[in-house]
Design a protein around this ligand. Structure first.
Ligand code: DUC
Ligand code: ZN
Ligand code: ZN
Ligand code: ZN
Length: 491
């Protein structure tokens, strides 16, 4: 048959539209959109009946940590490129952007990129790309930004916290200036590291060490202060920035104000800031450690509402998972690697910061029913593709142009609400912070470049390890090249 796959009778959703279409795939690309029913008798190698179900561009998760060396010296990452991307496709995600971390001792960013590329090659179930995580912006590292672009990397992440990673403001300016000149988007982890170290010391002096004090050590004002400072530095350089994993409505307000001024400020939030609260850190014993991430889950429904509002009104550009997986029951190192001979009762300071979530991102958010289907696609697929230069190969359904990456859901009544259970997930982590949360939907099929890689009712994971390809990225669609070079003389 001429077509490789035909998807019939679905409600096709993009960031712009929602309508009933049939859709035909050939050679890994979307080839044709036709009025509902038109392709019914067209021969195809595979026919999927999506009657009554949403058919969307596959999820793009632009914030995933895989196979990283011990993050901030604590714990060990649980997922490699095989298990992490297996988990992604089971949750409807077809492309991830993960991090290539520069070790502080590493002068060359290209070495860091090569190292991570080696870990991903022939291992992935879904397509992938890399952000360069910069811990030491030496002159050589900055000089390599142009080469990063040639290698298809158009974004870098920097930190305003963590002793091993924290950049000073002058270093942030160095990165922003070079990023501006080379068409790179800078992602910023905005928490005031000096203040949170000071808060941590205050808690330690009072022997307040349980997991919940992780949240106490990082109040919202640390996040909104650093967010404001990052925006100011970006404004000074006239460089686009993306504030990652925003948890705080106060920080979201700072971002919104900057956007209203017309600054190229973008923002990301994550399901943990919609579905977890500080109380989850206070579960009995050391259970709360499962929900330790940074920034921490916030107070409760008022804060969650603030984040939902930011998703609805456009303050947030993207919704990512920040999948950052650690084993909870760690034989060598104790629960989530924080209970050790030196810390027999655990200590929040030693709990690795991060939660798994690449598989649950789409189902949790879809099931909450707070976003229109178009807004959902915008935040979870189209905008990540545009922001990070994957569009319209990814994040769209443009015939002849877009890869045939799809997530196909169930018809609304075909699935009974059910609780999320770690036993059903495909990562290599022994817990999910979302255990027991009820979802009313789950991806039924995931297709990558026309191939079904997830068929929930017939085989589950049916894709192949190694099918996932590295995708080169261009500059962000959201920011035009600035023809006027930055100069201190303009001040
Ligand atoms: N930031 C991340 O993006 N992930 C893990 C922890 C952190 O601080
Ligand atoms: Zn971070
Ligand atoms: Zn992260
Ligand atoms: Zn994280």
């Amino acid at each position: 048959p001429y077509y490789d796959c035909i998807v019939l009778n679905g409600t096709v959703v993009t960031a712009a539209d929602i309508a009933c279409y049939d859709l035909a795939i050939k050679d890994g690309k979307i080839m044709l959109l036709a009025p509902k029913g038109h392709l019914e008798n067209t021969p195809a190698t595979r026919v999927i009946d999506a009657e009554g179900a949403y058919v969307m561009p596959g999820g793009i998760d632009a914030h995933v940590h895989l196979a990283e060396p011990p993050l901030f010296g604590k714990g060990r990452t649980a997922d490699d490129y095989t298990t992490g991307t297996r988990s992604a496709v089971a949750g409807g995600t077809t492309t991830i952007v993960s991090f290539a971390p520069q070790d502080k001792s590493q002068a060359s960013l290209l070495d860091a990129l090569d190292e991570t590329s080696g870990k991903a090659a022939d291992q992935a179930y879904c397509d992938y790309s890399f952000h360069l995580l910069i811990s030491n912006p030496t002159a050589q590292a900055l000089d390599e930004f142009t080469l990063l672009r040639e290698r298809g990397v158009s974004s870098v992440k920097i930190y305003m916290t963590y002793e091993a990673l924290q950049l000073r403001d002058n270093q942030i300016l160095d990165v922003l200036l070079k990023a501006r000149a080379t068409g790179i988007t800078t992602m910023i982890h905005a928490e005031n590291g000096d203040v949170l170290d000071w808060m941590t010391k205050q808690l330690e002096d009072r022997h307040l060490l349980a997991p919940k004090y992780h949240a106490t050590s990082r109040p919202q004002i640390l996040e909104s202060e650093a967010t404001n400072r990052a925006i100011a530095l970006g404004e000074l350089i006239d460089a686009p920035i993306l504030i990652v994993h925003v948890s705080s409505p106060a920080a979201a307000e700072v971002i919104r104000r900057a956007q209203t001024k017309g600054l190229p400020v973008y923002a990301e939030t994550c399901p943990q800031y919609l579905f977890l609260t500080r109380e989850d850190l206070d579960k009995p014993g050391f259970e709360g450690a499962k929900c330790v991430c940074s920034p921490p889950p916030r107070e409760g429904s008022v804060d969650h509402e603030g984040i939902w509002t930011g998703l609805q009104n456009g303050t947030f550009t993207i919704l990512s998972s920040d999948h950052c997986p650690f084993i909870y029951d760690n034989a060598e190192m104790g629960k989530k690697a924080a209970i050790t001979p030196e810390h027999p009762n655990g200590h929040f300071k030693y709990i690795p910061n991060g939660c798994p979530g690449v598989e649950t991102r789409l189902a949790l958010t879809m099931s909450a029913n707070r976003l229109t289907p178009q807004k959902f696609v915008e935040l979870t697929s189209s905008n990540p593709a545009k922001l990070y230069g994957l569009y319209p190969q990814k994040g769209a359904l443009i015939p002849g142009i877009s890869d045939a990456d799809l997530v196909i859901w169930y018809p609304p009544t075909a699935i009974d609400p059910f609780p999320i259970s770690n036993s059903n997930l495909h990562h290599n982590v022994d817990y999910t912070p979302f255990e027991g949360k009820t979802v009313s939907q789950w991806p039924r099929y995931t297709l990558i470049r026309g191939q079904v890689v997830w068929d929930r009712d017939h085989g589950g994971i049916v894709g192949q390890k190694g099918y996932g390809q590295f995708i080169k990225r261009d500059r962000s669609c959201f920011t035009a090249p600035n023809p006027v070079p930055w100069s201190v003389e303009n001040f």
